[in-house]
Write a protein of this length. Structure first.
Length: 316
């Protein structure tokens, strides 16, 4: 039996970009098929409260918002599948994509909305406890609960680190924030919120030397002041990393033009076009500047409209 499936529009990834593309593509009668990817709902499923998405005057939780977007995409009969695309071949007019469910999808148009993933420091001790599931995490909202009433450390100085440190401060007795430079990168309002939280201690000019543990879980962090050279141990049971993200674009690298950090390059500014005709990009996979749910949703809309016009120009 052939496992080849022909589709007009394949959407890869299920964050706000993917779901918005799905809503638009479905309403344009393109019968989109979506593979949700490794983390259905994307990064917003690990975000606490979203207060800056227009239309939610009282805010909404990230996971709740993704459930609503999924329901809206389904209302117009998007074929949403739990699974991910493992390989692509964009060398021909028909775009071939292989899914982990064994299907070979032949798509006339593809919308890449694979987003980005959390970065880690890369220390062997960090990776060891990350793999053990014993105290290292890149998502305070997912894992903070396990460290209630305990002490935690968080690395990073951007908006994510501030948001996560603040979240942890509500659960933990003490949060130590390790900032590698002498200043935050975060917006002023986020940094101020952290500075004004009594149980968050901020250590500037501080690098992590090693994540300490007892073989089962984390017991502390050995840190070093990069100005004075002084080393000290901070006791903690949870070690959180919030140092940015890597775009999930590796499987496209042979066909799609990427920049030096792996983000997809737009073929034409102000559109969703990639260098491959019929392949469009939306959301964080191509955006290291804004990275917001609303900008991802906006580019998802653009990608679906561009895909629809591409098909129309071909007489479909
Ligand atoms: P950013 O890239 O903005 O910040 C990453 C931080 O991690 C930087 O402070 C960087 O330090 C630090 N860092 C990177 N590598 C290391 C390392 N090896 N060791 C120690 N520290 C390191 O990422 P974010 O995830 O914070 O934010 C991404 C985007 O999302 C931003 O545009 C942000 O504004 C937005 N955002 C908005 C939110 C909101 O508005 N509610 C919430 C969360 C994110 P350095 O400064 O020294 O380079």
């Amino acid at each position: 039996m052939s496992n080849i499936e022909k589709v007009k529009c394949l959407i890869i990834g299920s964050g706000p970009a993917g779901y918005t593309a799905a809503i638009y593509a479905a309403r344009a009668d393109m019968h989109p098929v979506m593979y949700q990817g490794m983390q259905p709902g994307g990064q917003l499923t690990t975000t606490n409260e979203v207060e800056n998405f227009p239309g939610y005057p009282n805010g909404i939780s990230g996971p709740e918002m993704m459930v609503e977007l999924e329901a809206q995409a389904k209302r117009f009969e998007t074929d949403i599948r739990f699974g991910f695309i493992t390989k692509v071949d964009f060398s021909g007019e028909i775009h071939k994509c292989w899914a982990d469910d064994g299907k070979e999808i032949h798509a006339e148009t593809v919308i890449i909305s694979t987003g980005a993933s959390a970065k880690y420091l890369g220390l062997p001790s960090e990776q060891k406890y990350l793999e053990l599931g014993g105290g290292v995490s890149a998502c305070a909202v997912c894992d903070g609960f396990f460290y209630r009433g305990q002490e935690t450390v968080i690395v990073g100085a951007g908006d994510s680190a501030c948001e996560e440190a603040h979240y942890l401060s509500k659960l933990c007795t003490k949060v130590t924030m390790l900032v590698r430079k002498e200043e935050f990168r975060a917006s002023k309002i986020m940094a101020e919120r952290v500075k004004n939280t009594p149980n968050i201690e901020i250590l500037f000019n501080t690098d992590t030397v090693e994540v300490l543990g007892d073989g089962n879980g984390v017991t502390g962090a050995l840190v070093k002041n990069s100005v004075t050279g002084e080393e000290k141990t901070i006791p903690c049971t949870g070690f959180f990393v919030a140092i940015g993200h890597k775009p999930n674009t590796d499987i496209f690298a042979d066909y799609i033009n990427l920049d030096e950090t792996g983000y997809i390059k737009y073929e034409q500014a102000g559109t969703s076009l990639t260098n491959v005709a019929g392949v469009f990009v939306a959301g964080d996979a191509a955006d290291k500047r804004y990275r917001q749910a609303i900008t991802a949703a906006g580019t998802g809309c653009m990608a679906a409209i561009d895909a629809e016009r591409y098909l129309a120009a071909k007489g479909h």
